[in-house]
Structure formats: structure tokens, C-alpha cells
Design a protein around this ligand. Structure first.
Ligand code: DOR
Ligand code: ZN
Length: 346
């Protein structure tokens, strides 16, 4: 049995904290583990401006349990009408850390996303100049393209051009799901990185579809074939600074997922570190966990590493079937399973 593991306090470089009662119910799970988090702007309506991001940040701070040291890093949702000057101002004023590109209708609350990526070039140019990070949901929405191919096609159709055209733009290809994505990020310059979720390290598409349809394993981008999961595990545990932790924790009410048209999203925040650490242990890479969880992200974003430490201890525990989020029942990732590590309190 391994000893306990102490690392710098990690950050979550991609999370959905929601708003209102759900925000009140879920934020503590993220704040307990992470020093900072890149907060997704796909609220309804989306957070499209610096002013909206500032107001959302205040709501997050107000929802934190008293005395919690947690810093939400805000993002603006790009649309066909984004004003580059507003983004530049948001970065200069310390409100915005990144802007998020959702191709229109790629996922939850993305109807206001970008319909023609090429027309965003003036926005990308302003972001490159202002050193504002571009976070990308890298899937095409073309109905002709099979859902399992949408990430690879996005890279070939759009990302290669954007990376070529804006060599100084920092780009995070979020929630990577394919071997093609890993290869692209590895071959690009140091301005291109990727986040990897715990679910894409644990689940392949069989886990979602064999023996019955499992709505709690459904998220977007959807889990792919086993060979892709293995490529992601190799990348995450490789020690490469291009890959870092981003949970994509995306809570939906249990009844909204267990439905004839279930929502995409996996609520992994309650045991995110434990889930990732199990993968690193299985891959014989415990010594590389701190880099992935706590060091590579800050280095990419040009931010200091967190001051504090967290300790994980090897203790078996069973993940609850549901978690109450301010009155809404949400099913956590790994519900009913035994995890082998536990974050020590304090
Ligand atoms: O599965 C997902 N859920 N993928 C996303 O990109 C959005 C997220 C959500 O907001 O629920
Ligand atoms: Zn997301």
C-alpha cells in the first residue's frame, strides 16, 4: 500500500459551477480541493462580457463557505458579436483570465456560440496581443460528421488554421478525448496545451453503452474507443507540461440525466482528485501527479503555483449514490464505486 501523497494545492482548469441554488450546492466541492478554477461561462444566458463575468465572480464568492480561500478565474463566452475591446479591457482589469469558444450548438447552453470561426479572427488577434488565453470546446457541429469524429475533424478543419495564423495565441484544447487530439497538442508549440478530465481517463464508449445505456457516463465530447482512453492516460501521466487537470465537472439534476433526452455532463467535483490519483497510481506515475494537478496549469497560464499543500491518503471509501446540491439530487462520478484515495481534511 502506498504512503500518503502531499502536493501543492492543485487548480481545476475547467469547471462548470452553474448559478443560483446549484452554484450554492456545488461550489464547496471544487473549493475544498482546488486553489483556483477556470469557470465556464455557459450559463443561461451566457456570460459574454467583462461586466457579466465580474457579476458572476461576485456571485461565486458570495456562495463560498465562509473562510474558504478559493479564486474563481473568469472566462467570457465568445459569440458572433464579441467586442474585442471588451475582452482586452477585461484582461487588463484582472477580470478575465480566458475566453471560451463554443462552436454554436456543440453542447449545453451553446446556442449563442460561434457560427463561423473564421470570422472571429479579429477577436483572436486582440486576444493574442493582450495575452488572453483561448479555451476551446473542440468539436464541429456539422450534422454530416459522426459524433465520435467531431473532435478530430475540428482539429483538421479549424484548429490547425487558428494555431498557424496566431502563433502567439495561448490555446487550451479542453477536455481532450482522442489520440488525434493528443498528437496534435504534442506536435504544436508551447502555446498550445490541453486539459484532460477524469472521466475520459476512466471511461471508454463501452462504459456508456454496454449492458444498458448509462446516462451518468454521458458527457460532451463523448467518451471514445479504448485506444483513445489509453492515449489520454499516457499523455496525462507522461510528465509533459502540455497536459493538465481540468475536470469539466458539469452537474445536472439526476432527473435531467435519467431522461429520454438526457443532459451531457458528469459531476465529478466531489472526488476529482481521488479519481485522477487512482489513474496515476495504476499507471505507476504517482511522482508525476503534482505536475499534472498543480504545476503545468499555472506555468501555462503564467500564474504562480498555489502556496498551500494538500494531502491524499490511501483509504478505501465508497462514493455516495447521490449528492444533495442545495435541494437538487445529483449523481456523482463513480457513484457506488470504491475509490482508493481520500483527500485528508485540513
Ligand atoms: O458534457 C458536457 N457538459 N460538456 C460540455 O461541454 C458542457 C457541459 C455542461 O455545461 O453541462
Ligand atoms: Zn465543460
Amino acid at each position: 500500500m502506498a504512503d500518503s501523497l502531499t502536493i501543492r494545492r492543485p487548480d481545476d482548469w475547467h469547471v462548470h459551477l452553474r448559478d443560483g441554488a446549484m452554484l450554492e450546492g456545488v461550489v464547496e466541492h471544487t473549493a475544498r480541493q482546488f486553489g483556483r478554477a477556470i469557470v465556464m461561462p455557459n450559463l443561461s444566458p451566457p456570460v459574454t462580457t467583462t461586466a457579466a463575468a465580474q457579476a458572476y465572480r461576485a456571485r461565486i464568492m458570495a456562495a463560498l463557505p465562509p473562510g474558504t480561500a478559493f479564486e474563481p478565474l473568469m472566462t467570457a463566452y465568445l459569440t458572433d458579436h464579441t467586442d474585442p475591446a471588451d475582452l482586452v479591457r477585461g484582461k487588463a482589469e484582472g477580470v478575465l483570465t480566458a475566453a471560451k469558444l463554443y462552436p454554436a450548438n456543440a453542447t449545453t447552453n451553446s446556442a449563442h456560440g460561434v457560427s463561423d470561426i473564421a470570422r472571429l479572427d479579429p477577436v483572436f488577434a486582440a486576444m493574442e496581443e493582450a495575452r488572453l488565453v483561448l479555451c476551446i470546446h473542440g468539436e464541429v457541429t456539422d450534422p454530416e460528421i459522426d459524433v465520435f469524429d467531431r473532435e478530430a475533424v475540428f482539429i483538421a478543419r479549424h484548429l490547425e488554421r487558428v494555431v498557424r495564423s496566431f502563433p502567439g495565441l495561448k490555446i487550451v484544447l479542453e477536455h481532450l478525448t482522442t489520440g488525434e487530439g493528443v498528437a496534435f497538442v504534442e506536435s504544436a508549440g508551447s502555446n498550445v496545451a490541453a486539459t484532460i478530465t477524469p472521466q475520459h481517463l476512466h471511461l471508454n464508449r463501452n462504459a456508456m453503452l454496454v449492458g444498458g445505456i448509462r446516462p451518468h457516463a454521458y458527457c460532451l465530447p463523448v467518451a471514445k474507443r479504448e485506444k483513445h482512453r489509453l492515449a489520454l492516460r499516457k499523455a496525462a501521466t507522461s510528465g509533459s507540461p502540455k497536459f493538465f487537470l481540468g475536470t469539466d465537472s458539469a452537474p445536472h439534476a439526476k432527473h435531467d440525466k435519467e431522461s429520454s433526452c438526457g443532459c451531457a455532463g458528469i459531476f465529478n467535483a466531489p472526488f476529482a482528485l481521488e479519481s485522477y490519483l487512482q489513474v496515476f497510481e495504476d499507471e505507476g506515475a504517482l511522482d508525476r501527479f503534482e505536475g499534472f494537478a498543480s504545476l503545468h496549469g499555472p506555468a501555462f497560464y503564467g500564474l504562480p503555483v498555489n502556496e498551500g499543500l494538500v494531502t491524499l491518503v490511501p483509504v478505501d471509501h465508497v462514493v455516495p449514490d447521490t449528492i444533495d446540491a442545495a435541494g437538487t439530487s445529483v449523481v456523482p462520478f463513480h457513484a457506488g464505486e470504491t475509490l482508493r484515495w481520500r483527500l485528508a481534511s485540513g
